[in-house]
Design a protein around this ligand. Structure first.
Ligand SMILES: *[C@@H]1O[C@H](CO)[C@@H](O)[C@H](O)[C@H]1NC(C)=O
Ligand SMILES: *[C@@H]1O[C@H](CO)[C@@H](O)[C@H](O)[C@H]1NC(C)=O
Ligand SMILES: *[C@@H]1O[C@H](CO)[C@@H](O)[C@H](O)[C@H]1NC(C)=O
Ligand SMILES: *[C@@H]1O[C@H](CO)[C@@H](O)[C@H](O)[C@H]1NC(C)=O
Ligand SMILES: *[C@@H]1O[C@H](CO)[C@@H](O)[C@H](O)[C@H]1NC(C)=O
Ligand SMILES: *[C@@H]1O[C@H](CO)[C@@H](O)[C@H](O)[C@H]1NC(C)=O
Ligand SMILES: *[C@@H]1O[C@H](CO)[C@@H](O)[C@H](O)[C@H]1NC(C)=O
Ligand SMILES: *[C@@H]1O[C@H](CO)[C@@H](O)[C@H](O)[C@H]1NC(C)=O
Ligand SMILES: *[C@@H]1O[C@H](CO)[C@@H](O)[C@H](O)[C@H]1NC(C)=O
Ligand SMILES: *[C@@H]1O[C@H](CO)[C@@H](O)[C@H](O)[C@H]1NC(C)=O
Ligand SMILES: *[C@@H]1O[C@H](CO)[C@@H](O)[C@H](O)[C@H]1NC(C)=O
Ligand SMILES: *[C@@H]1O[C@H](CO)[C@@H](O)[C@H](O)[C@H]1NC(C)=O
Ligand SMILES: [Cu+2]
Length: 795
């Protein structure tokens, strides 16, 4: 077989020479080619019997996961410890009213990198387990929220608690809570609305109590007053919670300054662009027929609100589509206890946070750390509109948290049925909540190879097997899917995709801020900006950020008397944080690299990692640079990428409490950019992914992932001496001779296998009866009578 292959190859070369194509480079057709050399070492191959798929590999993490979420016991101890501190005057969360102090969130206070690196290199003790608790101090006239650091854990005589200010730029995590009385303010709004029940019924077709009334977030501050604008929203009567598609175009303004309801005020009605400062004005205009009736945004039960199959069936669509299977079983190893995974040349630890969801730690490639930390910091959805509710809305989603809404994924839809699933737990309001199967890990074979090539004698290709980690958070109306990918060429991908219900505007006079997408509906334009921390440690912590730019140039070469207009490569580095606010260059002309300047490959080039957007040029930073809504809380979102020098105190670009008082943020990201040197320092990259979202009719019923999708990719760049995907066995080379009767003379498989045998698809069908989803296991305080409870909806 082998000898025949060599002969066949020679004949093939001759055959191609006979018919050269003028469009091909010369060597393809005209230059005689050497015989194909089969320089192959076949890897020992295992035979998989598909009725006997091997079990899941496990592994032992090199060290314990010092970033891991608190255990239930740790969290319970923190609650008990804090309740024992009489100075805090805490009320159990389950009994707390709006005038009681209570613990809202408990999470791990992630150990400082400085101490962690000492520990990991064997030069320091294991960092102590520390927790932080966010406490709402509501028993006072000026209610506030503050984080407390509690530790070390487990609780002992050495355990202390004190205000946690270290990771703030404000000098304190204390932040005024202007929304402590939301139950009372809601009643105040409804009472005010009811005074115009007849007008509401006339204009909207149903009286006040048929509608939901809610509005801007965060609360507005105007002339020293706390202002809320609210609108009327339809309440879908079906299972589909498309309330954010049902704004009614009627708005009310309130002053909710202070805690004494006698100091609150109703400030006016707004309808069809006309503001009525008093109810009397509104009633007077209405009685005189001066309040125009505009097209209703109706349809609480209509199919356009829902997402069920609708319309004529598509051709052949009653046949099952292709699905993914894993005939060889799981090809990666997990240490469940340590939350640690190994796939091919990669390994990393994961953790989960109430504010930001899943997070990756100590991502190693070929046994070398590449990223110390990789994870989301904040997600912004900044709206605009002709009406005060859309114009007044700018969500900072960590306030709601990505953790609480990371519900169970759907097998066969979010993740293949063969995925490995992990649960997640968060601690809020003194309850530990676990969502099973809320993170999935799986390999995915892309429909295109990672490599291929052909000539007249052979064709070769390598399967593009990608390892993915995914979780989905449904934060109210929107569903965010987060995916981390690891590839055979060493690339690491970060992606976010959005779906779910848009938040929309009433159509009238909103044409400048969105498209009219239904009878009475405008898609409300908004920017999504999601900020990630990528703490690179490329071959050590001393790193430099370089920009290698392709630039046009006029060159006069010594070998020519004529100047040529050509291009060349310009190498530059970031000197300091004063110019570390970066944009992705027009026409992709710059390569952004992170390397240790001391670590060059044998050709003298720095062993770098490159970072670049991979998917979705739909928007990488906020359009609004000076937001009236958010002030400095938007500072992380002004540019696509920032580089800073690492500090333990600069833990995140945002803080979940910023939304309480955006103009006085606990963390103001701009303060991280203070001129520090960036050459051969421990660098942190902060990048944004996002979308300028101007919803169109295709966003009904839900936004689709196709275009609501953005990604970043980080790839080795001169880091190795050649493409590492050559190590994969999942490749094929066919030597062939198109003029021979037996065309393919050699099939080289390198130990890779075509799966063979019978695969039982019935056995891998998801059991949807077992889905728990948003119902979840609550553990502390554990109520055996009610093991499952719904997470409170935020809409
Ligand atoms: C595959 O495994 C099944 C169950 O272990 C066994 O009955 C069958 O003989 C095996 N087939 C082959 C081809 O090894
Ligand atoms: C809190 O006080 C109670 C009663 O003194 C004690 O039983 C409990 O152990 C204390 N909790 C902690 C975490 O110290
Ligand atoms: C403690 O909180 C309660 C409300 O839970 C409040 O009535 C009381 O005044 C507070 N005590 C102190 C000393 O602040
Ligand atoms: C990190 O270091 C700071 C400064 O030494 C210290 O105050 C803090 O307790 C450390 N740990 C955490 C979790 O912040
Ligand atoms: C408390 O701290 C001291 C000094 O660091 C240490 O010797 C002791 O073992 C600690 N006690 C406990 C219970 O952790
Ligand atoms: C809407 O649908 C729900 C559930 O399907 C039904 O109970 C309700 O009566 C419907 N309302 C209208 C107005 O059709
Ligand atoms: C990584 O370390 C493991 C265990 O020490 C070793 O077996 C393996 O060869 C190393 N891999 C590389 C790429 O250096
Ligand atoms: C450039 O021009 C000079 C003068 O005409 C000539 O002598 C020389 O050979 C030329 N050089 C090249 C590289 O063509
Ligand atoms: C960055 O700033 C330094 C001086 O602070 C300057 O020398 C350098 O050219 C700047 N680089 C860029 C890319 O702006
Ligand atoms: C930002 O906007 C405010 C009004 O919201 C304005 O007073 C201020 O001058 C603006 N600042 C800049 C730098 O544009
Ligand atoms: C396929 O799997 C189903 C469900 O596990 C099982 O009932 C059935 O017997 C299997 N069929 C074969 C041929 O093994
Ligand atoms: C769970 O829901 C039940 C009602 O179904 C309620 O009585 C109970 O207090 C809830 N438990 C928790 C921990 O929220
Ligand atoms: Cu959107």
């Amino acid at each position: 077989m082998h000898v025949a292959g060599l002969l066949g190859a020679l004949v093939a070369a001759t055959a191609v020479t006979a018919a050269p194509s003028p469009k091909l480079p010369y060597f393809r057709g005209t230059r005689p080619r050497p015989a194909v050399q089969n320089f192959v070492s076949n890897v020992a191959s295992a035979q998989y019997n598909l009725t006997d798929i091997p079990g899941k590999p496990t592994t032992k993490a090199p060290h314990s996961n010092i970033w891991a979420t608190l255990s239930n016991d740790e969290a319970a101890e923190v609650v008990s410890f804090l309740h024992n501190q009489t100075a805090l005057n805490l009320t159990a969360a389950s009994d707390a009213g709006s005038w009681d102090n209570q613990i809202t969130v408990i999470d791990l206070a992630v150990p400082n990198k400085t101490e962690t690196l000492k520990y990991l290199s064997g030069k320091g003790p294991k960092p102590p387990r520390m927790a932080y608790a966010t406490i709402m101090f509501n028993s006072v006239d000026e209610p506030y929220v503050e984080d407390y650091l509690v530790g070390p854990l487990p609780v002992s005589a050495n355990t202390t608690y004190h205000p946690y200010s270290f990771r703030t730029t404000k000098g304190t995590s204390k932040v005024r809570n202007y929304d402590a009385d939301s139950d009372a303010t809601y009643k105040f709004m409804v009472d005010a609305a009811k005074t115009c029940d007849d007008i509401v019924e006339d204009l909207l077709g149903a009286p006040t109590d048929s509608w939901d009334i809610w509005g801007i977030d965060p609360l507005w501050h105007e002339d020293g007053r706390v202002i809320s604008w609210v609108g009327f929203w339809g309440v879908p009567e079906s299972v589909f919670d498309g309330e954010t598609l049902l704004p009614q175009g009627l708005y009310m303004k309130f002053d909710f300054t202070g805690r004494d309801p006698s100091g609150w005020a109703f400030l006016g009605w707004l309808h069809d662009g006309i503001f009525y400062p008093t109810t009397a004005d509104f009633r007077h205009a209405w009685s005189n027929g001066k309040v125009a009736k505009t097209t209703r945004n109706a349809g609480m039960n209509e199919t356009w609100i829902g997402t069920d199959r609708d319309g004529a069936e598509l051709p052949y669509d009653n046949r099952p589509p292709p699905i993914q299977i894993a005939p060889g079983g799981q090809r990666f190893a997990i240490d469940e206890d340590a939350q640690y995974v190994e796939w091919m040349d990669f390994s990393f630890y994961w953790s989960f946070r109430r504010d930001t969801g899943m997070r990756l730690w100590d991502i190693k490639y070929q046994n070398q750390t590449v990223l110390y930390e990789l994870g989301l910091n904040e997600a912004l959805a900044h709206y605009a509109g002709n009406d005060p509710v859309q114009s007044g809305t700018a969500y900072l989603d960590t306030w709601y948290g990505f953790g609480p809404y990371a519900f169970e994924t759907i097998e066969g839809y979010d993740c293949p049925t063969y995925a490995h699933y992990a649960p997640t737990t968060f601690f809020a309001n003194e309850v530990a909540t676990t969502h099973r199967k809320s993170i999935c890990f799986f390999e995915d074979t892309e429909s295109f190879p990672i490599q291929r090539h052909a000539n007249g004698q052979y064709v070769a290709a390598t399967k593009n097997v990608v390892f993915k980690m995914k979780s989905v958070s449904t934060v109210g109306n929107y569903d965010y899917s987060f995916v981390y990918s690891f590839m055979l060429d060493g690339s690491i991908g970060v992606e976010v995709m959005a779906s779910g219900y848009i938040q929309s505007a009433y159509y009238a006079k909103n044409g400048e801020y969105g498209y009219r997408i239904h009878d009475g509906l405008s898609g409300s334009m908004h920017d999504h900006v999601l900020n990630w921390k990528a703490d690179f440690d490329v071959l050590g912590t001393q790193n430099t950020f370089a920009m290698h730019t392709v630039e046009p140039k006029e060159v006069k070469y010594p070998w020519s008397n004529h100047t040529r207009s050509t291009m060349h490569l310009v190498r530059d580095t970031l000197k300091n944080e004063d110019n570390a606010t970066l944009h992705w260059p027009a026409n992709g002309k710059s390569m952004y690299l992170v390397y240790n300047a001391e670590e060059k490959n044998k050709f003298g080039e720095e062993r770098a990692w490159r970072i670049m957007p991979s998917i979705g040029g739909a928007g990488m930073h906020a359009t609004i640079q000076n937001s009236s809504n958010l002030g400095p809380s938007l500072n992380f979102a002004k540019a696509p990428l920032y580089v800073t020098k690492h500090h333990d105190s600069e833990f995140s670009s945002a803080h979940a409490s910023n939304a309480y008082d955006p103009y006085n943020p606990v963390v103001d990201f701009a303060k991280y950019l203070n001129g520090e040197n960036l050459e051969q320092e421990d660098l942190v990259l902060w990048f944004n992914l996002g979308m300028h979202h101007v919803p169109h009719t295709g966003d009904l019923g839900n936004t689709v992932h196709t275009t609501a999708h953005a990604g970043m990719i980080m790839s080795p760049h001169n880091y190795l001496l050649r493409d590492p995907s050559r190590r994969s066995s999942q490749m094929v080379r066919l030597n062939y001779n198109s003029s021979a009767s037996d065309v393919v003379s050699d099939i080289l498989t390198f130990g890779g296998q075509q799966a063979s045998g019978l695969f039982n698809l019935t056995a891998i069908q998801p059991d949807y009866k077992a889905y728990i989803g948003d119902s979840n296991v609550r553990k502390f305080p554990y109520d055996p009578q009610h093991p499952y409870n719904d997470t409170e909806s935020i809409v």
